[in-house]
Design a protein around this ligand. Sequence first.
Ligand SMILES: [Zn+2]
Length: 126
Amino acid sequence: MDKTNLANILDEQWRRSTFKTWPFESHKKCNANKMAEAGFIFIGSSVEPDSTICFFCSKSLDGWEANDDPWSEHLKHSPQCEYAQMQKSPQDWTLGEFLSIVERYESRLIDKEIDKWENRLQKFFN
Ligand SMILES: [Zn+2]
């Protein structure tokens, strides 16, 4: 198992650190801590001040509102994301849940790698 992948899942603190200019304060439901906990990384700019992306399923979401619940919005817009399906912080996962998420994450990475190679081969043969 690759250590960096594992670290990605656990590194809520790193995700939190990307939310430097998040529009909602900490007493709002949609605050930066909750966003990071729910798997989001902040990728906003002055043009799109609330753009985020899920580290797990790569779904990007914007148009957040102060009362949005990051976990349920995540699941609503990306129901196939196994991370979003957890609906709770990794701190509250059982070991079994943790291992199953790691396994899903690994297979997502492998799928991405296969897609990349398929694209390369298609270009090669066309
Ligand atoms: Zn996701």
